[in-house]
Design a protein around this ligand. Structure first.
Ligand code: APR
Length: 200
């Protein structure tokens, strides 16, 4: 499916209509990609997210992109991924999809895509949600991300394209392994041009 692209680099450098933020439930910023997006969007983002009353895990909220609009990004979709290991009933043997964290992570992708679609995003970029501070195993997260993005695109014409953005080459390798058997063709854009790439 060539509506999914694998990109390695800094998500704030892409020129897409919407970027997804791996936020926390306060929506008040943090480290990782959340910190990078808040830094790039500027103080107006925090001034707005302060008024939103937070966001439960698995759900998503959309805001303007503020200073990132200079780079062609119109929307930031904040979603709160699950912290790995929070399923009280899990014993570590669960198949994919059989842990609470799997379902919550899937909800992040679907809810973010729904907001992207309803706000007219032709292109949207996701970071690898929950696989940093929140400790979600990267391969398991990649399978959930790719599966649910493909499922959404199969039933919706918008967004037209989704970029899955990995910050590290190691993470990109995992996503590539998950994508390739699915007749995945797009090449990995390794070196993002500084100041924003071509419009995707
Ligand atoms: N562009 C793209 N991906 C990035 C960037 C960036 N600029 N910075 C970090 N990443 C990657 C990380 O390498 C990781 O693969 O984003 C993925 C998600 O990692 P985190 O940002 O740590 O997010 P998460 O694991 O979902 O934890 C969320 O961390 O930063 C805090 O406020 C945030 O409390 C929340 C928690």
């Amino acid at each position: 499916m060539d509506r999914i692209e694998l990109v390695q680099g800094d998500i704030t450098q892409l020129s897409v209509d919407g970027i997804v933020n791996a936020a926390n439930s306060s929506l008040l910023g943090g480290g990782g990609v959340d910190g990078a997006i808040h830094r790039a969007a500027g103080p107006r983002l925090l001034a707005l997210t302060r008024t939103l009353g937070g966001c439960p895990t698995g759900q998503a909220r959309i805001t303007p992109a503020f200073d990132l609009e200079a780079r062609g990004i119109r929307w930031i979709i904040h979603t709160v991924g699950p912290v790995w290991g929070t399923d009280p009933h899990a014993d570590g043997t669960e198949r994919l999809g059989y842990r609470q964290e799997d379902n919550l992570l899937a909800q992040c992708y679907v809810n973010a895509l729904e907001l992207a679609a309803t706000h007219g995003c032709r292109t949207v970029a996701f970071p690898s949600i929950s696989t940093g501070v929140y400790g979600f195993p990267i391969r398991r997260a990649a399978e959930i991300a790719v599966g649910h993005v493909r499922g959404f695109l199969a039933r919706s014409a918008v967004p037209e394209r989704v970029a899955l953005v990995c910050f590290s080459a190691a993470d990109a390798d995992v996503y590539r392994e998950v994508l390739e058997p699915l007749d995945y063709r797009s090449s990995v854009l390794v070196e993002l041009p500084s100041g924003g790439g071509d419009k995707k």
